[in-house]
Ligand binder design. Structure first.
Ligand SMILES: [Zn+2]
Length: 432
């Protein structure tokens, strides 16, 4: 994965950037959670012990030198022993994240590992997941039991019994993407269980998904960037970052595109962390050909066909919001007859089988219309369309809020939908 913004930054800066993001996303408390990076000198940069995660600064980060000397104004994290133990057994791991994010902690206290076959990319992104028995925090014993999971295996993440999780990465962004995706799987399974029973993808289905990356896209070598084209790039970047900040899109999945003129459009790339995206990453698609030197999203063909068959659609977002995916994984009908806003914005949201979005399958472009602006794809994503990108984004927010209210209503009682006559009145007043 390319991380133009982050990869070449000093370890102190990378750690601050990622720990702030984790704290803001509600995936660690002020006191819990620690991050480290092993640099090319063999020195380990690590978050300090007992310093507020919400206001950590670069000079709070500690450096534990290769020879064991400690440089910095605080003590290193009390959980440093297992960070060090992981680096010792796994030379391919250069960054470690440990935290107690709520959904993964739920799994750790019922002593289970979340199944990453719940969504298509998670098996590849998260890798193999180990399980370490309980140990006293900060103890050598806990370090040994965690290192044992990583040692001699290709395990990249471990559920720590009655504690939390620890994940490694080739660099810090790689570890972060794994962390966020694994927590998302756990969260989705929990939401799904509130309303039904989640289904899992088979390994064959996941392989079919992996094979969808467009390798042989026609290329356009004479690309020009008129001002209106550049404005769309910025608009896409702003919405992608906003969706990530609002918990509507995770780093490892999601595609946004905007029609430029006729059937030409701009689309997000494949393999770029969504919250780190910049205008230059966006791929121009002109006359069916992609801008040279960039890999467009694997949903390219789907977006192309939607624009061709639906002149009224000028922007598309494909993403995995955690409550909509509860509906996308259980087969339970996502009933939007909850409050007027939901029905007016979404009308009915059909759920299609996994694979409906694959190359050569036109069921989604054919199904979308003025009265069906969005669809769910089983175990994959939510696809929402509209005219202006901000309108499409608003529709995405309304959809996820509606799904969240429905999931939260599940323990309270049965949904009482608005009735047909009330729906007809909404149609007359708002949609005709
Ligand atoms: Zn901990």
């Amino acid at each position: 994965m390319r991380q133009l913004d982050v990869e070449m930054m000093h370890p102190r800066v990378q750690i601050i950037k990622v720990i702030s993001r984790i704290y803001r996303d509600g995936m660690t408390t002020t006191s819990g959670g620690n991050i480290s990076i092993l640099d090319d000198n063999g020195d380990i940069w690590v978050t300090p012990s007992a310093v507020d995660k919400g206001s950590l600064r670069e000079d709070d980060i500690i450096c534990v030198k290769k020879d064991g000397t400690i440089e910095g104004k605080h003590k290193p994290s009390s959980e440093f022993p297992f960070h060090k133990a992981i680096y010792e057994v796994r030379p391919d791991i250069k960054a470690v994240i440990h935290a107690h994010p709520p959904a993964l902690v739920s799994f750790s206290i019922v002593r289970e590992i979340p199944d990453t076959n719940i969504i298509p990319q998670a098996k590849e992104v998260c890798g193999k997941i180990g399980y370490a028995p309980y140990g006293l925090p900060g103890s050598q014993e806990l370090g040994v039991s965690i290192a044992k999971q990583f040692d001699g295996s290709d395990v990249m993440a471990v559920i720590m019994e009655n504690h939390g999780t620890v994940l490694g990465g080739a660099d810090l962004m790689d570890a972060y993407t794994r962390f966020e995706t694994l927590e998302f799987c756990a969260h989705t399974i929990i939401n799904a269980k509130a309303i039904g029973e989640p289904a899992l993808l088979s390994n064959e289905q996941i392989q079919q998904f992996e094979d969808q990356i467009p390798h042989d896209v026609a290329r356009n070598s004479e690309v020009s960037y008129p001002s209106e084209e550049r404005a769309i790039r910025q608009e896409i970047v702003d919405i992608v970052r906003r969706a990530s900040d609002q918990g509507l899109m995770i780093s490892s999945y999601g595609t946004v595109s905007v029609r430029w003129k006729d059937n030409d459009f701009l689309i997000t790339p494949s393999h770029v962390a969504r919250w780190d995206i910049v205008p230059d990453d966006i791929v121009q698609i002109k006359g069916g050909k992609a801008e040279e030197g960039k890999t467009p999203s694997r949903a390219l063909a789907l977006h192309q066909k939607i624009y061709e068959l639906n002149p009224h659609i000028n922007s598309i977002i494909l993403t995995q919001p955690p409550h909509l995916m509860a509906y996308g994984t259980t087969g339970v009908k996502f009933d939007v007859r909850t409050i007027p806003e939901s029905w007016i914005f979404l009308q009915d949201v059909p759920c299609l089988d996994f694979g409906a979005h694959f190359y050569g399958n036109d069921s989604i472009p054919n199904l979308l219309s003025e009265s069906v602006p969005s669809v769910l794809i089983a175990n994959d994503s939510f696809v929402v369309t509209g005219d202006k990108l901000l309108q499409t984004f608003d529709r995405l927010e309304v959809a996820e809020f509606s799904a969240k209210s429905l999931v939260m209503a599940a323990p309270l009682g049965k949904l009482v939908p608005i009735n047909d006559e009330q729906v007809e009145n909404l149609r007359k007043k708002f949609l005709s």
